[in-house]
Structure formats: structure tokens, C-alpha cells
Design a binder for this molecule. Structure first.
Ligand code: ADP
Ligand code: MG
Ligand code: MG
Length: 896
């Protein structure tokens, strides 16, 4: 291991190159040796040799074996022991190790060099027959299994028999004699199984073991793992040959594993497990109850102190939390492996911040080390990993769908929104289960802990609302059948009744029967707060939020939002007390009645906006005027028809005039609703009478909204609140639409301000969500003080794909078959939609250099899309409150 410089030079001078050449294990063993950490002497056969071996169909490349023998000689000089020598035998391990850690996926053989003669020599040297034959049988067992391919249970049976014969419970209690017999029987098993015996020649053992490790690169386990982890199949494994050290040479010997910091919490404190008088694999295998590392401090204070020193040194050197394997042989410490330790999201944040404060790494590095997904973890409860494993084992896993909104939720099944709300008010935890959700299900979604649907895609209504409110959601579970008559759902063969407990995991998109335990990370985590404040120093992109209600705005602000990029004003139309007026407004043909209805809605809207302005004191608030087509506010045809036939039946059975009158009245009302719904019906509502088109043709509605905005602004400004309303006109395609609509609306705004005798700092702008708008952005910018990219619609209209249908349909095939690299509704399609955005920004700013450009589509919370927004020079991204911390970090990553 003392030639790491030579390896480095050969590998092109980079640490990455060294790892490619020597594998992570080999590179780190050499690196440890270089910085003076005690590592048993050894050497590493490179990945190049492995690749040459595999490419040639199983031949050692020329000179390899000679070089191995030469390197072995160097170990002999170093240790004073001789490989294969009966009097003073050298034993080695033959260990696999790829560039990227693939824990347990490939093979390792320990105690190579033992045979009947060297075993006798070892006994004489150590005076410990039991230890020697335990080591010997381990060699035969591992070699038999790994190299010769003998099934391991054949060996385990023999050990079980031996325990029974001696009447002991554990391997540790078996006598020397027993191990001797076991070793002999193991050898006999090898011969019987393979027709040739376990090789007595140590050199033969080493050669075959090296080959076996090479071959284990293409073992099924390893291939599957690489496919899952996205690791390239042509890297190859290195083979490290390491002098054996023994943790099983008595009570002053031990072996263990440790992490230099706590992998769950990130606390700066060494944590680990060890065993006295045992070999390395015993700790991992869990055959004996391990002891906490803190006890080692009492048992072997000197060795422990040295271990602590080494651990600290390794951390300082790698500037990362390390996960190490060590062995103490007769009081002497040896390090056998080190690598970067795995950790939870919480630990990742704390370790990054602590290390920056300890001056181990820079603040930039700390910010870069934490991933957006890790920040996301802080905002959603998660299932306990053990609980999930137990649920799988006990068969309560029900199925999976799209993971559209992360987090874990448990609750009783409620099959409609009203029941979900009712039960939640009674203090029950509820999971709302629907075929799909609609705007008038929102109260149920708000009341529920989580949402489950059988239909819908990533940008379905359920998905959008769930993300907006941070509700865990799984949608598009196609195997799920909901039976509203029996009030139950069926998945596979399982029937779940309304009121039964289920658990859904929105992070991975899975559902379980029953109630799994959860853990809730804390957003008030001081380390996270500090890390995000560092991120804010590095990022240049603003982070705003999509919020319709003051409480969401306040939450987003607490999470660091710098403005509201999208308030969907129509959400306010759906609330129960307002819906009658909204319906009246839609149903009437008389302008006077319409105006009356709107005047009734106005105070509600004014109060909504006032609340938002107060919450966002000092920050910009973009309000989008009514966008959806009007029929969305009416009950749907099918429901109406069903209601009508219902009334008809009841009419036939009605037995008094009063009742008949009442039913007739109801019938008339529903019939009118149905007529209106039918007259508003469009074949393609997404491309129909909505957005600015509706604003132009039914001007009373948007005019009322603008009045509400400016009256609210005047009221709160008087209270001393700093208001910056920005009025956003949706779905502009042609500049003339904007011109006409803005002229009318701005006149209304001026009128309010004149009436109140106040002046408000405001902007008028538009969404850019149609390709034509992006392509004519210079014309549009003449009349818009800001652009907001509605990338959901822009993606739909650029691709000509309906997101609700496609995401549950052919898009899945497209992505699986690699026709599309990503779901364009999850990550902005840079080449298409991204180009349109670029053109829009350039053209827009060519006529209005200070044009504020933002994005308010779902993409605003997606790290890859945020990186693109940074590159395109957007002013801000706007995302749901729960994505704000994630966006702050992602924007910093893009800027560093
Ligand atoms: P894995 O990658 O599966 O952990 P390793 O090559 O690290 O495989 O080895 C498996 C076990 O054997 C570990 O506990 C390791 O510490 C131990 N081990 C490997 N080589 C030696 C050695 N030369 N002396 C003592 N123990 C060893
Ligand atoms: Mg290991
Ligand atoms: Mg839109």
C-alpha cells in the first residue's frame, strides 16, 4: 500500500482516478497507509487487470501473477512472515472493492494461506489450537462457497451438528477438537460436491481467490445492484490482498465497525459496535450480540484512545464523516477499511454545517453537500424504516402508484370529501380515497392526512393540491377499484372498507394496510436554518411562493419566500358561502343580476386579498385573475342527470302537494344548471374559453377582481402595511388581448385609487404559457411590466400533450422506453420549452430591460428546472410553500 503516489501518477493525478484504478477500498487503504494510519501490509490488483481478465474470457493478463508474487514478497519482508511457510506462516485476505461502494455485493476470502501444515505452525506460534482451527474452517468455508461454488447451508449444517454434539448454543463455545473435525468435514464436502478438493497449496488458493473476486464483478447480485444504483458495468473491481490480523486471539483482541459521527442525528460523537475475541464478519453477520463502542473505552483504554485519534485524523483528512472497520490484535490497533458514511437527511445537514464551523470545509461545500431531496425530508413526516420492512414481511403491502407529494400518512379510509372533513373534525386521522379529485373536494383534502386516487397523473388536480398543501399523496394506483355503493375499495384481492386504517407513502408512492409508525423531522432544526441562510448568500435567483390563503403565505414566508408568484384567485370562488353567488353569476343572462351577484362576491375577495397583503407586508404579491372556464364551477353533467332522474322517481312516489311542489322546484333548478353546463360545454376546455379570453368576453368578473385587489390594497396601506400588488392576466396569446384587457382593468384600478385618494405601487403583467406569447414577447412586453412563465400550460401547448391524460398513460411508456429522458411536466424540457422561455426573456428584455421574469408552474420547485431558470436569468422561481426551502438550496447549487 506504500506506492499510492505511483498509482496516482498512473491514474492521471486525481483522487477520482486513483479510486477508478484501485477501487474505493484499495484507494483508501493506500491513502490511510500514506498518512500514517496503521493498516496491515498489503497491495491492490487494479481494476484494469480485472477488466483484462474478464475481456479475455478468464485469463490473467501477462505478468499479473508474477507481480502478485513480487508484491507478496514485499509483504513478507515487511511482516517477517512467509507465505506458505509451516514455521512462520503469513495469512492474507483477498478482498473485492469497486470504485463505488457496493456493500456485500461481491466476494472476499479471509485466512488464505492455511493448510494442514501451516495450521500446525500457527498453533505452535500462538499456542491457541481453537483459534487456528476456527480460522482454518472459515477459510475452507469461504473458499468453498465463494471460489468453488459450494452452497453455504451444507457447511452451516455441519456446524449445527457440532454444536448439538457438544451441547453448546453458540459457535464461540465450540472446542478446538470440534473445529478440527469441522474443518476436515468441510474439505470432504468440497471434494464430494466438486470432484476436486480444497487446494492445499497457498499460492493456488491465492490465485483462485483473485480470479473469484474478478468474476464476482459479473455475479448476478452485483449486476442487479449496479442496474439499480446506476453504476456502469465496465468499471471492474480491484482486488486488495491484505495481511490478516486477528481480533479473535483472546480477550485483548477485538473487532468492530464505527462511524466518526452519529449517522442518524449527525452529532459529533463516534458511534459503533464491536466484539471482543471475534473476527470481522461476526459483527456484521449479527451472530453474536455486539457491544457498544463506549464499552471499549473501559475494556481497552489504550487501544481505544488510539482509535479515537485515528478516527479524528481520518475525518480531518477526508473532510467527511467516515465509516470504518477496525481490528485490535493483542492490544494493537489496525484499520481495515474507511469510506464516507451513509447518513439520514438530518445528519447530512448537521454534519455539513458543523464541518464548516469546524473549518474543515467551506460554507460553499457545506451547501453543496446537502441535496434538495434531503432538505425536502425535513418538511414531511416519514415512515419508520423498520415499520415498512415489518409491513412488507407481514404481507400488508397493498400496491403502488405515482409518488406525487412526499411524506407519510396514516388514517382511516374516507371515500368522499364531506366524510373526510366530518371525521377529521371529530378528531380522526383520515386518508381521503377518490377515483380522482376535483376543486370541490378541496375541503376534504385539506382535512385529510393524505390523499390516494386510482386515476390521474403527476399534475392532476390531486397532485397539485397535495403538493400545494404538503399533503402526502399517491395517485394513479390503477389496480385500485373504488366501490361507492358498498363504500369499500378493492386492491388485488384485498378489500378495505371505509373506516379501515391504511398508510400511504407519498415519497415512494406505496400503500399499506393498517397504521405504520411515523417520525416527524423538525423544520425548526437550527442546523437547517443556518445552512439555508448560507444558501441565500450564494444564490442570485429569487424564491417566491404559490399561495392562495394568508396562512400558506405566512408559512411560506417563515420558510423564506420573498414574494407571492402566484395567487390563484378562483380558488376563493369555491368556498361554500360564496358558491351560491358564483353560481348565480354564471347562470344569469341579465347584466344587472350578474352585477348584483358580483357585488356580493366582491367583499369576500377584498378580504382574501387584504389577508394576503398583510401576510406579505413589504413583498410583492402576484394575483392571477380568473383562469378556468366557467363550467368548472358547475356540477358535472353526469351528477346533474343522475340527480334529475332521482327527483323524477321521488316525484312518482310523492304523496302530498307540498312535497310535489318542492320537488318540481328542485327539478327546475337542476334542469337549468344542466342546460347551462351543456351550453358552456367545450370539446377541449383547456384550449377554450378561459384566461384572458373569458376576461374579455365577460369583463365584469375580472373588473370586480381588480376592484377587490385595489380596494384591499388601499385598506391595508392605510393600516401601515407596505403593499405591492401585481395583477397577472392569464393565457395571453396575442398582444391585442393584453392591450384590451389591461386598458379596461387599469382604468378600474385608477378609479379605485382616485376614489380612495391613495396611490398604490402596482404592476400589470401576463403569464407566458402559450408558444405564441413567448415568440412575440417583444410585442407583449410593451404592455406587460412582468412575465410569469406558466410552464405547466406551456409544456402542454408546446408538446401538444394533455398532461392529465398523458401522465397516467403513454408518457409512462415513453419514459420507460427512453423516448423521452424525463417527464416534461416534472422537469422543464430544456430543448423545447426552455428555448421558448429563453426567446421570451430575450425578446421581452430587449424592449423592457428591467422586465421581471419568473416561473410559477409546478417546475418552480424542481431542482433541475431551478438550475435552468438560473441559467436563463429569471428573476425568481415560485413554488408551493413546502418547496421553498428546497428551492433556496437548489438555487444556491445552481449559483455556486
Ligand atoms: P465487505 O466489502 O463485504 O465489507 P471486506 O473485504 O471489507 O468485505 O471484508 C469482510 C470482513 O472481513 C470485514 O469485517 C473486514 O474487516 C474483515 N477483513 C478483511 N480483511 C481482513 C484482514 N486482512 N484481517 C482481518 N480482517 C479482515
Ligand atoms: Mg468491508
Ligand atoms: Mg396556466
Amino acid at each position: 500500500f506504500d506506492e499510492v503516489e505511483a498509482a496516482e501518477k498512473y491514474a492521471g493525478g486525481t483522487w477520482d482516478g486513483v479510486r477508478s484504478l484501485l477501487g474505493g477500498k484499495g484507494a483508501n487503504l493506500a491513502e490511510m497507509a500514506r498518512i500514517g494510519v496503521p493498516v496491515p501490509p498489503g497491495f491492490t490488483v487494479t481494476t484494469e487487470a480485472c477488466n483484462a481478465y474478464l475481456a479475455s474470457g478468464g485469463k490473467f493478463p501477462e505478468g499479473l501473477w508474477e507481480q502478485e508474487l513480487e508484491a507478496l514478497k514485499a509483504i513478507e519482508r515487511n511482516t517477517g512472515k512467509v507465505f506458505g511457510d509451516a514455521a512462520n506462516p503469513l495469512l492474507v485476505s483477498c478482498r473485492s472493492g469497486a470504485k463505488f461502494s457496493m456493500p456485500g455485493m461481491m466476494d472476499t476470502v479471509l485466512n488464505i494461506g492455511l493448510n494442514d501444515e501451516t495450521a500446525k505452525g500457527m498453533v505452535e506460534l500462538t499456542g491457541d489450537e481453537r483459534f487456528v482451527y476456527d480460522a482454518y474452517r472459515r477459510l475452507v468455508q469461504m473458499f468453498g462457497n465463494v471460489v468453488m461454488g459450494v452452497p453455504d447451508d451444507l457447511f452451516e449444517e455441519v456446524i449445527t451438528d457440532a454444536r448439538m454434539k457438544e451441547g453448546v448454543e453458540t459457535d464461540a463455545e465450540l472446542s478446538a477438537e470440534a473445529w478440527k473435525t469441522v474443518t476436515r468435514e468441510f474439505q470432504a464436502i468440497c471434494r464430494r460436491q466438486k470432484g476436486y478438493g480444497f487446494p492445499r497449496d497457498p499460492f493456488e488458493q491465492l490465485r483462485l481467490a483473485t480470479e473469484a473476486v474478478f468474476k464476482s464483478w459479473n455475479g448476478k447480485r452485483a449486476v442487479d445492484y449496479r442496474n439499480a444504483a446506476g453504476i456502469s458495468h465496465d468499471l471492474g473491481t480491484a482486488v486488495s490482498i491484505v495481511t490478516m490480523v486477528f481480533g479473535n486471539m483472546g480477550d485483548d483482541s477485538a473487532t468492530g465497525v464505527a462511524m466518526t459521527r452519529n449517522g442518524s442525528t449527525g452529532e459529533r460523537q463516534i458511534e459503533g459496535d464491536y466484539l471482543t475475541n471475534a473476527q470481522g464478519e461476526d459483527v456484521v453477520a449479527g451472530i453474536r450480540l455486539t457491544k457498544d463502542l463506549s464499552e471499549l473505552e473501559r475494556e481497552m483504554p489504550v487501544a481505544y484512545a488510539e482509535f479515537e485519534d485515528v478516527a479524528r485524523k481520518l475525518e480531518q483528512h477526508y473532510r467527511e464523516m467516515q465509516d470504518v472497520e477496525f481490528t485490535i490484535e493483542k492490544g494493537k490497533l489496525w484499520m481495515l477499511q474507511t469510506r464516507d458514511g451513509k447518513r439520514t437527511a438530518q445528519a447530512a445537514v448537521r454534519i455539513a454545517v458543523d464541518m464548516a464551523e469546524e473549518n474543515l470545509i467551506s460554507r460553499e461545500d457545506a451547501v453543496l453537500r446537502v441535496t434538495p431531496e434531503q432538505v425536502d425530508f425535513f418538511l414531511h413526516p416519514q415512515f419508520d424504516r423498520k415499520a415498512v420492512a415489518a409491513a412488507r414481511a407481514s404481507g400488508t403491502f397493498l400496491g403502488s402508484g405515482l409518488n406525487v407529494s412526499p411524506g407519510a400518512a396514516c388514517g382511516v379510509v374516507a371515500l368522499d370529501a364531506d366524510l373526510a372533513e366530518k371525521w377529521s373534525k371529530e378528531g380522526k386521522d383520515v386518508v381521503m380515497v377518490r377515483p380522482e379529485t376535483k376543486p370541490d373536494d378541496v375541503h376534504g383534502m385539506l382535512a385529510a392526512r393524505g390523499i390516494l386516487t386510482s386515476r390521474g397523473g403527476r399534475t392532476s388536480h390531486a397532485a397539485l393540491v397535495a403538493r400545494q398543501f404538503g399533503k402526502p399523496a399517491v395517485v394513479g394506483v390503477s389496480e385500485l377499484q373504488i366501490d361507492m355503493n358498498r363504500r369499500q375499495m378493492r386492491i388485488k384481492d384485498e378489500i378495505v372498507h371505509e373506516g379501515d386504517w391504511i398508510s400511504i407513502d407519498g415519497t415512494v408512492g406505496e400503500l399499506f394496510l393498517g397504521k405504520l409508525s411515523t417520525t416527524v423531522p423538525d423544520i425548526r432544526d437550527p442546523w437547517l436554518i443556518k445552512l439555508l441562510s448560507w444558501a441565500d448568500e450564494f444564490r442570485t435567483l429569487g424564491v417566491w411562493t404559490n399561495a392562495d390563503y394568508p396562512k400558506d403565505a405566512l408559512r411560506a414566508r417563515e420558510y423564506g419566500a420573498e414574494g407571492i408568484g402566484l395567487c390563484r384567485s378562483e380558488h376563493m370562488f369555491f368556498e361554500a358561502e360564496r358558491l351560491p353567488y358564483v353560481l348565480k353569476m354564471i347562470m344569469t343572462d341579465l347584466p344587472i343580476e350578474r352585477r348584483e351577484a358580483l357585488e356580493a362576491v366582491l367583499p369576500f375577495q377584498r378580504e382574501d386579498f387584504a389577508g394576503l397583503f398583510r401576510a406579505m407586508d413589504g413583498l410583492p404579491v402576484i394575483i392571477r385573475l380568473l383562469d378556468p372556464p366557467l363550467h368548472e364551477f358547475l356540477p358535472n353533467h353526469v351528477d346533474l342527470r343522475r340527480a334529475l332522474s332521482d327527483i323524477k322517481i321521488r316525484l312518482q312516489h310523492a304523496d302530498n302537494l307540498e312535497k310535489i311542489d318542492e320537488l318540481l322546484q328542485q327539478f327546475k333548478e337542476k334542469e337549468q344548471l344542466l342546460k347551462r353546463a351543456e351550453s358552456l360545454h367545450e370539446a377541449n376546455p383547456m384550449l377554450g374559453m378561459r384566461g384572458v379570453r373569458l376576461g374579455i368576453l365577460v369583463p365584469e368578473i375580472t373588473t370586480m377582481q381588480v376592484r377587490a385587489i385595489f380596494e384591499a390594497a388601499c385598506i391595508v396601506a392605510k393600516e401601515g402595511v407596505e403593499v405591492h400588488p401585481e395583477v397577472m392576466i392569464p393565457l395571453t396569446a396575442h398582444v391585442n388581448e393584453l392591450k384590451v384587457q389591461r386598458r379596461r382593468l387599469e382604468a378600474e384600478a385608477r378609479q379605485v385609487m382616485t376614489q380612495k385618494g391613495q396611490s398604490i405601487d402596482y404592476k400589470f403583467g401576463t403569464m407566458i404559457e402559450l408558444p405564441r406569447a413567448a415568440l412575440t414577447a417583444d410585442q407583449i412586453a410593451e404592455h406587460a411590466e412582468f412575465f410569469s412563465y406558466g410552464t405547466n400550460d406551456l409544456t402542454q401547448t408546446t408538446y401538444g400533450i394533455s398532461r392529465d391524460d398523458a401522465e397516467a398513460g403513454f408518457l409512462i411508456d415513453y419514459i420507460e422506453e427512453g423516448i423521452l429522458p424525463d417527464n416534461p411536466f416534472a422537469t422543464i424540457d430544456e430543448d423545447g420549452v426552455g428555448q421558448l422561455m429563453k426567446i421570451g426573456i430575450e425578446k421581452g428584455r430587449s424592449v423592457r430591460p428591467d422586465l421581471e421574469c419568473g416561473i410559477c408552474g409546478e417546475h418552480g420547485g424542481d431542482p433541475a428546472s431551478i438550475a435552468l431558470c438560473h441559467k436563463l436569468g429569471l428573476t425568481y422561481v415560485s413554488c408551493s410553500p413546502f418547496r421553498v426551502p428546497v428551492a433556496r438550496l437548489a438555487a444556491a447549487h445552481a449559483a455556486i
